[in-house]
Ligand binder design. Structure first.
Ligand code: AMP
Length: 290
C-alpha cells in the first residue's frame, strides 16, 4: 500500500492506472465498517485509492473540527489488509493555499436538510471533492448513501461541471441494532448511544408505514417525529422526492427520508432511500439509472 503525502507523490498513481479504472474513496479518517464497505465495493472495480483528510472548510464555527478523531496510523493499519493500493493523506497545505480565490457554489441540493443548519458546509465539501478529483483523477468514485445530501450535491457538481468520473453510492452500514455507523458515534456516552437508536427506528417505522400502504407525506413525517421525542434536539425530519428533490404531497417512486438530531452534544444524521411502488417498498440507490 503506497502512502502518498504530497501532490508530487501522486505521480505514483500512474502505475495503478495501467491496471484498470482508478477507483477513489474519499474519507476523513477515523475509519469504521461503513468506510470498509465502500473500499470493498471499490476493490471489485479496479485499483483503489483512499484519501484521508479532515477538510477544514466543511466545518462551521463551533463545530467539531478541532476534536474530530484523527489517528492516521490506526487508519493505515486497518486499510492495508483490505488490499487498498494507495492512501492519499495530505497536510492541509497540499490542498489549500491562502491565495485560493475560487470555490464551488453548490446547487439546489445544498438547500434543506443539513444545508439549513450548516451554512457553507456543502461549498466546503464540493470544493474539496473537486480538488481531490482533479488531483487523483479517478474514473470512479465511491461515496456512502449515509450522507445522501452530500452525494446528491456531488452528483450535481459532476453533472454540471462535466467531471469525467462515475459515481457510486454504497448502502449505509449499520450496527447490529440499527445505528448507522459514523465516526461521530464515538462521542456518544453509553446512555446517549442507546437514545441514538431512535433515528434508525423512526426510519424503520416509516418504511413499515409505507409498506402497509401509507402514502401521505404529512402522516409519515408526523409518525417519525413522534418517535424522535427522546433526542435532545431534532434538527429536521424531511421527505424529498427524487430526482426532483421536491417535497411530495404523496409519496411515490424514489424517495429520500432523512433525519438530523442532537443526542447529547453529538449531531447525528440518518436516512433511508426507498423506491415506493404500489406492490413493494424497497431500499434503492440515490442514482436514477441504478
Ligand atoms: P467521512 O469519513 O465521514 O467523511 O465519510 C467518508 C465516506 O464514507 C462518505 O462517502 C460517507 O458517506 C461514507 N460513510 C460514512 N459512514 C458510512 C456508513 N455508515 N455506511 C456507508 N458509508 C458511510
Amino acid at each position: 500500500m503506497r502512502i502518498i503525502r504530497t501532490r508530487d507523490e501522486l505521480k505514483v498513481l500512474d502505475s495503478l492506472r495501467q491496471r484498470g479504472d482508478l477507483v477513489f474513496v474519499p474519507t476523513m479518517g477515523a475509519l469504521h465498517s461503513g468506510h470498509f464497505s465502500l473500499v470493498e465495493t471499490a476493490l471489485d472495480l479496479g485499483p483503489v485509492v483512499v484519501s484521508i483528510f479532515v477538510n477544514p472548510t466543511q466545518f462551521g464555527p463551533g463545530e467539531d473540527f478541532d476534536r474530530y478523531p484523527r489517528d492516521l496510523q490506526a487508519d493505515l493499519d486497518l486499510l492495508a489488509p483490505l488490499g487498498v493500493d494507495a492512501v492519499f493523506a495530505p497536510e492541509a497545505g497540499q490542498l489549500y493555499d491562502a491565495d485560493d480565490q475560487v470555490t464551488v457554489a453548490p446547487g439546489r441540493f445544498a438547500e434543506g436538510l443539513c444545508g439549513a443548519g450548516r451554512p457553507g458546509h456543502f461549498a466546503g465539501v464540493l470544493t474539496i471533492v473537486a480538488k481531490l478529483f482533479n488531483l487523483v483523477r479517478p474514473e470512479i468514485a465511491v461515496f456512502g448513501r449515509k450522507d445522501a445530501q452530500q452525494f446528491l450535491a456531488i452528483a450535481e457538481m459532476v453533472r454540471s461541471l462535466a467531471f469525467p468520473v462515475r459515481l457510486i453510492d454504497a448502502p449505509t452500514v449499520r450496527e447490529a441494532d440499527g445505528l448507522a455507523m459514523s465516526s461521530r458515534n464515538r462521542y456518544l456516552s453509553n446512555e446517549e448511544r442507546k437514545r441514538a437508536l431512535v433515528l434508525s427506528s423512526a426510519l424503520s417505522a416509516a418504511h413499515g408505514l409505507l409498506a402497509d400502504g401509507e402514502r401521505d407525506t404529512d402522516a409519515v413525517e408526523v409518525a417519525m417525529r413522534s418517535l424522535l421525542s427522546s433526542v435532545d434536539r431534532l434538527e429536521y425530519v424531511e421527505i424529498h422526492a427524487l430526482p426532483t428533490y421536491a417535497r411530495p404531497n404523496r409519496i411515490q417512486g424514489r424517495t429520500l427520508l432523512a433525519i438530523a438530531a442532537r443526542v447529547g452534544a453529538t449531531r447525528l444524521i440518518d436516512n433511508l432511500v426507498l423506491n415506493v411502488a404500489s406492490a413493494s417498498v424497497n431500499e434503492c440507490s440515490l442514482l436514477e439509472d441504478d
